[in-house]
Design a protein around this ligand. Structure first.
Ligand SMILES: [Zn+2]
Length: 348
């Protein structure tokens, strides 16, 4: 068999669906759209592993790829989980069913498929994909940092083309990096708190949860007659803020200005830590109208304090194809593990 003929499969496991892709050894993706199937994670690990195997089989059927040409599988899931894909013993938002606690999802899929499985959390997989799209065959010569704003704030640090995992697999948890609050909070605004127990970390401001829990409750006291104040369901109200931002509503713009500042300050910390070539931003805040996206990116750029030498070489860019980025990044990780197994910390 020619080396160019073998493939790896990427599976992005989420709270509601699995998305799968196929990546040839040459680096070409054989799937150009979302291939989504129900993930059934709420039914526990046994059912969910079967659902992942189903996604694996479906994407092979769809591409006409024979099982014997698959050399490995990349899997990503939401965290918190160890670098080796063991779900937190405290459980996780997406893995609430008790049997998930401490469950080795990577090992479970590996046993089911009889193929080596490489694990990443979802934000790390998306970060790896963004890095490879931007730098292609020069990926190993560059570094990047990704922040993905969603329910939480996911992050990923890529150095010399590889995801930085850390000793406990907890590197790149950018959402829980504490940032200076001086000059960010308005007068009388309480310090924002995060689910992780920290006060004033990036996620406490720059996430949907941050809007619901910290930003919206405060800003509704400053805009007392705002329509959003009449919506009893706070999560629902938080989700509506972006639409108001697109219409340049002052309350919404105040919230997004604080989010942009939080992300800029986070990137400033990254600038002094790994000094990356590219700062990637993804998620709801930039999956919006071009006009609002440009405004938000400009605000983030303004709040990112780079030295002159850094500003000359660094760029701020969007995470591309975010809905497919997890599966594709997971597949890239699997491909790299097959090509250079000794270098990957968790490779088999
Ligand atoms: Zn936190």
């Amino acid at each position: 068999m020619e080396t160019s003929e073998w493939v790896v499969v990427g599976i992005d496991n989420g709270g509601t669906s699995n998305n799968a892709t196929v990546l040839a050894a040459s680096g070409r993706f054989l799937v150009d759209r979302l291939v989504e199937l129900p993930s059934r994670v709420t039914e526990g690990p046994e059912v969910a592993i079967e659902a992942m195997a189903g996604a694996f089989e479906t994407v092979l059927d769809l591409t006409g790829i024979e099982l014997k040409t698959v050399r490995g599988v990349g899997l990503d899931t939401p965290g918190p989980a160890s670098a080796d894909g063991v779900i937190s013993s405290k459980g996780a938002t997406n893995f609430a069913q008790p049997a998930w606690r401490g469950f080795d999802v990577r090992g479970g899929l590996e046993a089911r498929l009889g193929l080596p499985v490489v694990y990443n959390n979802d934000a790390n997989a998306a970060a790896l994909y963004a890095h490879h799209v931007r730098f292609r065959d020069k990926a190993a010569g560059h570094s990047s940092v990704s922040a993905i704003v969603g329910t939480g704030l996911g992050g990923g640090v890529v150095e010399s083309g590889r995801v930085v995992r850390g000793a406990a697999g907890m590197a790149g948890e950018l959402g829980h990096v504490q940032i200076p609050m001086h000059g960010l909070l308005a007068e009388g605004q309480p310090l924002p708190t995060c689910n992780c127990g920290f006060v004033g970390d990036a996620e406490s401001v720059a996430s949907l949860t941050g809007i619901e829990r910290n930003l919206l409750p405060y800003w509704l006291t400053r805009f007392e007659d705002h329509e959003l104040g009449r919506i009893a369901d706070r999560r629902q109200a938080a989700k509506l803020v972006r639409g108001y931002g697109e219409r340049e509503d002052p309350l919404a713009l105040a919230i997004f200005e604080q989010q942009a500042m939080a992300i800029g300050r986070l990137f400033t910390i990254a600038a002094n830590f790994t000094d990356p070539d590219t700062y990637f931003l993804g998620g709801g805040v930039v999956e919006t109208t071009p006009r609002f996206r440009q405004w938000f990116l400009a605000r983030v750029r303004e709040h990112t304090a780079l030295r002159e030498e850094q500003a000359r070489v660094a760029t701020l860019a969007l995470v591309p194809d975010l809905d497919m980025a997890g599966a594709r990044g997971a597949a890239i990780a699997a491909l790299e593990a097959r090509q250079a197994p000794v270098r990957a910390r968790t490779s088999r």
